[in-house]
Design a protein around this ligand. Structure first.
Ligand code: PGA
Length: 220
């Protein structure tokens, strides 16, 4: 199944979760996942699966303000995004991402582990380092999201040839399936989704509007 994942980031409301639960279109051979902020996860139902944008690296205990992978699983969450560049920018290290991925694997969540080079960074060097440091040795239930940091929220995307080359490189290096994220919109979703090596899409800004997200699901 081709994955289409909505990353709402720190956006959304109870009303938006309700709208997505009732008005999301069914995709053809598409598995759709909505990742709202924690407090809205339980409100997601209908044609989409539930996802989270983060979790803690231990499964329970005295960690004020944190949410564990076990708690996410308990409310029917199936996916968790880990290591998003916005979190890495705020200080989350690859080592921490790996610990969180192991916690998520323990309870059977599917991990969407984000990697990507910053503008001007050497692609192969940055990607190999993130793969080596962020992905646990035991690789079950992990999907990589390749998100060039410079493409996130910028309206800029790599060329289709660059996307294919990047995805195939990451697949070879990690042995894992790779989805693409970074300025995916209704008008470029089809071309990106059909690029060689692309197993899904991670959508930020364009996932906050039901019409544009439905258009992306319909385009792939
Ligand atoms: P964008 O975000 O689609 O708004 O570029 C993607 C992401 O950060 O996952």
């Amino acid at each position: 199944m081709f994955l289409v994942i909505a990353n709402w980031k720190m956006n959304g409301s109870a009303a938006l979760a309700q709208q997505f639960s009732t008005c999301l279109r069914m995709g053809n051979k598409v598995e759709t996942v909505i990742c709202p902020p924690y407090h809205l996860i339980s409100s997601i139902s209908g044609n989409a699966k539930r996802g989270a944008q983060n979790c803690y690296w231990e499964l329970g205990g005295a960690h004020t303000g944190e949410v564990s992978a076990a708690m996410l699983k308990d409310i029917g969450t199936e996916f968790v995004i880990l290591g998003h560049s916005e979190r890495r920018e705020d200080g989350e290290t690859s080592q921490l991402v790996a610990k969180k991925a192991i916690a998520a694997q323990k309870v059977g969540l599917r991990v969407v582990l984000c990697i990507g080079e910053k503008e001007g960074e050497d692609f192969e060097f940055a990607i190999n380092k993130q793969i080596r440091e962020s992905i646990p040795a035991q690789r079950s239930n992990i999907i990589i999201a390749y998100e060039p940091v410079w493409a996130i929220g910028s309206g800029r995307t790599p060329t289709i040839a660059q996307i294919s080359a990047a995805h195939n490189f990451i697949k070879r290096q990690s042995g894992l399936n790779v989805i693409y994220g970074g300025s995916v919109k209704a008008d470029n979703a089809r071309e990106i989704a059909h690029a060689d090596g692309v197993s899904g899409l991670l959508v930020g800004g364009a996932s906050l509007d039901i019409n544009s997200f439905n258009a992306i699901i319909g385009a792939v």
